[in-house]
Ligand binder design. Sequence first.
Ligand SMILES: Cc1cc2nc3c(=O)[nH]c(=O)nc-3n(C[C@H](O)[C@H](O)[C@H](O)COP(=O)(O)OP(=O)(O)OC[C@H]3O[C@@H](n4cnc5c(N)ncnc54)[C@H](O)[C@@H]3O)c2cc1C
Length: 475
Amino acid sequence: MSADLLAALRAAVGPAQVLTHDAPGADLSAWEQDWRKRAHGRALAVVRPGSTAEVAAVVRACAATGTAIVPQGGNTGLVVGSVPDDTGTQVLLSLSRLNAVRALDAANLTLTVEAGCVLQNLQDIAEKAGFLFPLSLAAEGSCTIGGNLATNAGGTQVLRYGNARDLCLGLEVVTAQGEVWHGLTGLRKDNTGYDLRDLFIGSEGTLGIITAATLKLYPLPAAQLTAWAAVPTLDAAVALLGLAHQHLGAGLTGFEVMGQFALGLVARHMPQLRVPLWQDSPYCVLLENSDSESEEHARGQFERLLETAFEQGWVSDAVVAESLAQAHGLWHIRESIPLAQAEEGLNIKHDISIPVSSIPAFCAETDALLQREIPGVRLVNFGHLGDGNLHYNVQAPAGADAKKFLNGQETRVNTLVFDAVARYHGSISAEHGVGSLKADHLPHYKDPVALGLMRAIKQALDPQHLMNPGRVLSP
Ligand SMILES: Cc1cc2nc3c(=O)[nH]c(=O)nc-3n(C[C@H](O)[C@H](O)[C@H](O)COP(=O)(O)OP(=O)(O)OC[C@H]3O[C@@H](n4cnc5c(N)ncnc54)[C@H](O)[C@@H]3O)c2cc1C
């Protein structure tokens, strides 16, 4: 059976684009291991189609033989969703060769691109044409727009521009049967029935393969200013966010919070980065003001905002970047937290969302709970406070064996954190998705009616359960 399938795959995409373990010197680990090194599977083959028609032919060949497909973009996902299991029976479908820009429509403010385009390249292409494509995340140099849409990625600009879902007007998708849905509309209004685009966005490859997308563009701001402020408490950070909304309006494009321990990890593992103001304050925040008028206008707004915040006691110290290079430096510190944390050792990651108003109470309660249950545990708390998303990560006590901690405590820590999230009416996955890591948790925390509808949709669109099986919905 697999010999016939491999022959069909080679016929579909060309022999050079079907990689198997039995080829001399073959090393497929780049596709088989996830970014966090939490899982290392074994694929029957890595298949790299170069066009939508080739993707469709691969899907049809797999459907005919009952072979499961795992789609992969940049393989930067954090929930083990883009690597094969260890059975050696699944086809790893890499979208990386589908990387053409199909059209830029300046008057319609849209960019139509293929799924394998790297996010940073799209930001650059938009900027060269005088536009902004605002999706922005620390993995942007490697992640692909197909992966961003499949996970409905968030990032640092969500409070102004929304998630990947909000930035997409149309999709081209290869269905589980190997048909092509041509949905690359650039329309902002189209009420002709169920929204299939929204069904595929965030489905993590479990309903079909995204092969291209039409994305929204925005005018480039005239100025972008960044400020870094030390805040005495999380309550003060939330109050500052409210004030920033009032003062900056739609100009407020970023509001990140970073706990002292998280910043301390950057200072320790990346001493070349000079982390400001972290030593004397439990939290720092990073604010971005994108102004359509001028830098002077943006600076004036920031000054008035910070003046009021100082008067209220919500900010104890602050710096405003003097140049774009300084602003990039501040963002680089924020974006280095996940890497610094990885340097410190394995940890238990949580990507949760809570209503912004409840975040201080949630953190106070859950910090205390974890400290009581696991004395000495270290909390790496940072995230997109502006949209209520925290990366509430839990690191082993200092000096403890990180691997042992992960193996021994992950289930318990997850239960403590997720139960607290549920008490605060939050979500156990804000932006990273469900993948394999959270599939077993979903039945405990998702509304049962919603879960039933999701299973019905899966059954209708992928009755053979061949599209990324075991992800999102556990068997
Ligand atoms: C340092 C770092 C920082 C990060 N920061 C953020 C952040 O701020 N916000 C955020 O949301 N995420 C973040 N992530 C997570 C990750 O970058 C995103 O989930 C990203 O959207 C994944 O894109 P990718 O191309 O790497 O997808 P992959 O990892 O390859 O795949 C992710 C999922 O999408 C599916 N998939 C991929 N391509 C397709 C396709 N064309 N059609 C159908 N299904 C597909 C895969 O099967 C898998 O289930 C971060 C990751 C890292 C390593």
